[in-house]
Design a protein around this ligand. Structure first.
Ligand code: ADP
Length: 487
């Protein structure tokens, strides 16, 4: 099974969120199940700065877009079990950010990411890599499906190629002015409501949903939610019409990177059998944020984009009450200026109760997963959510809103049955969050039930092997290849 991944961010090269974790880990696990995977991504400034050992595999190729020749090269990096091909075109990708700056998105994103998809498809031909499946992720890769259908329709090279489009977040659709079609070299006839037109603009994600052989989301519940007006972001009707091709496959965790027993980024190592390092990690976390050291007070962590989706404002509204419950809160995040300002104010008001870092920092993130007792995720919607799965592995108990992948992965703790791995609440309100947090604190106060809960959390298994197996089954189904037997 030959698979070409198209993703705009991939760990460890470039990351702004969960997509990068998935695009870096899933190929590794697919390769372990016998698939040959090649990942295509743009060669950003931040990748350049890493000074990796790269091999130039395509020198000065070009695609003709809108009557103009646009050059690119491709460099290869060998990852664990698969190859990563990076599209080099400095004019597009040698910039400070992946998608924009704090001032906003780059105005030519429509052109930049269409070019990425187009150059990736052409590169496959130049490299002689004829994939059984092209697997594109999110709007940044979605124009690949439009090209396959309308530009490469008669190209024998892709004759037997099938495709999968994975929606990691339906709220980001890649919507641009009509003129982007010409800039992307796509037929202007696609500007109609049955193709890419969307309220007078061009919607890249729509092309992925319409033209890919199969469409997936990153959790089963989210695949159902997005077919409703509440979560459909204007595309629920289209998604319902493709329901037969739509399914949800839960993301996994790469425990090689996320395991407190081996993690070198945390203050001390620990495991379910020996939790001493968890207490040391809590002290380390409190030191890192200068929060004094009262090891018995519960610490609730958050590692999150500061965005409406993540419900950080719900925590902001509940903050006074959370502190009254005796909880110390530690937040690492970047994003929305208003939320930042609120949190900075709160930090001035509660210097010893709130730990705050406005940054994107892997080491601090790992330290929060390891050193907290509780992990707050009050998301309004959550396609899958990785942070709850990471928190679980570090024995940090998630308190989550019951939506999307959070609902699929977190099960309410029941002390009498010794079952469950966290706490969840339904309404996106401070009151609902506080009630659930109160239940969690009751459990925290009882040492015996808390240790059962921590053990349940740490032994919840979301390894990629199972999810990668589900993707492989899907690939076999759409290409009519018999599924290999797996253990
Ligand atoms: P999303 O992709 O919607 O942001 P996910 O839960 O799927 O949410 O993935 C978020 C990923 O980004 C996790 O790996 C999390 O640890 C990481 N992350 C988010 N914010 C930060 C930050 N400020 N610093 C470091 N890592 C972060």
């Amino acid at each position: 099974m030959k698979v070409a991944f198209l993703a705009s961010e991939v760990i460890p090269y470039a990351k702004t969120g969960g997509l990068a974790d998935v695009a870096g880990a899933l190929p590794k696990f697919l390769a372990r199940l016998g698939a040959e995977v090649r990942v295509f991504m743009p060669f950003y400034r931040e990748v350049k700065a890493k000074n990796l050992t790269l091999r130039t595999v395509i020198n000065h190729a070009a695609v003709d877009l809108a009557g103009e020749r646009r050059d690119y090269s491709v460099v290869e990096h060998k990852a664990d079990g698969f190859s990563v091909y990076m599209i080099v075109r400095d004019e597009y990708y040698d910039r400070d950010g992946l998608y924009g700056t704090p001032a906003g998105d780059y105005p030519d994103n429509g052109e930049r990411f269409a070019f990425f998809a187009r150059a990736a498809l052409d590169s496959m031909k130049i490299l002689g890599f004829s994939p059984d499946v092209i697997h594109g992720h999110d709007w940044q890769a979605a124009s690949a499906f439009s090209y396959l259908k309308f530009v490469y329709a008669d190209d024998l090279f892709f004759k037997d190629t099938r495709s999968v489009f994975t929606i990691h977040n339906l709220a980001y659709q890649g919507v641009f002015k009509k003129e982007v079609l010409a800039a992307a070299g796509l037929p202007e006839s696609l500007f109609n409501m049955n193709d890419l037109e969307f309220f007078g603009k061009v919607n890249y994600m729509k092309g992925g949903i319409l033209y890919a052989t199969a469409v997936t989301t990153v959790s089963p519940r989210y695949s159902r939610e997005i077919q409703t007006p509440e979560f459909g972001c204007g595309l629920d009707g289209l998604l319902r019409s493709r329901a037969h091709a739509l399914s949800g496959i839960l993301n996994g965790v790469d425990y090689a990177d996320w395991d407190p027993a081996t993690d070198r980024l945390i203050p001390a190592r620990f495991s379910p059998a020996d939790l001493a390092g968890k207490a040391a990690s809590k002290s380390g976390l409190l030191d890192m944020f200068s929060l004094g050291n009262s090891p018995d007070a519960p610490v609730a962590g958050m590692v999150t984009r500061l965005a409406g989706q993540k419900g950080v404002d719900i925590v902001c509204d509940a903050l006074d009450e959370i502190f009254k419950l005796g909880v110390t809160v530690v937040i690492l995040g970047t994003g929305d200026q208003k939320i930042q300002d609120f949190l900075k104010d709160a930090k001035r008001k509660y210097p010893s109760r709130l730990g705050l870092m406005i940054a994107f920092d892997e080491k601090v993130a790992h330290t929060i997963y390891a050193g907290s007792d509780l992990f707050l995720i009050p998301s309004r919607y959550e396609p899958c959510g990785l942070t709850q799965m990471y928190a679980l592995k570090y024995g940090t108990v998630p308190v989550v809103r019951a939506t999307g992948g959070l609902d699929d992965t977190i099960h309410e703790f029941d002390a009498s049955r010794r079952s469950g791995n966290g706490f969840k609440f339904a309404a996106a309100t401070p009151a609902a969050l506080l009630a659930s947090l109160g239940t969690a604190l009751d459990a925290y106060a009882r040492k015996d039930s808390w240790s059962i809960l921590v053990r349940n959390a740490m032994t919840s298994d979301f390894s990629w092997t199972r999810s990668a197996g589900e993707y492989l089954t899907l690939y076999h189904k759409i290409t009519d290849q018999p599924s290999p037997k797996r253990p």
